[in-house]
Design a protein around this ligand. Sequence first.
Ligand SMILES: [Zn+2]
Length: 99
Amino acid sequence: MENIAHCSTCGKKYAETKPVIVEEDDGKTVLHATCSECKSTTLIFMAATQFGVVSVGMTTDLARNEVQTLFRGGAVSDDQVIEVYEFLKDFRGGVKDII
Ligand SMILES: [Zn+2]
């Protein structure tokens, strides 16, 4: 499948830097991508919810290992993923087809 995810900061496609899976369990996947152009990092949440499979991109200052520490520590729950989705309902980032 073509990788059509793109940077939410500068809009460059993540053609060279594939998002890396940070956390994956129970229909919930979290990806971390670094833009090859502007070096900004984006967290991409994908989750199976009552809305279907949703994906939301969020710009972050966290490095990949910091994100992993957060998730391993249980700091981010399914509810929070859904909250992010609710908050960014109108987001059209085009990240849903990356995997
Ligand atoms: Zn960028």
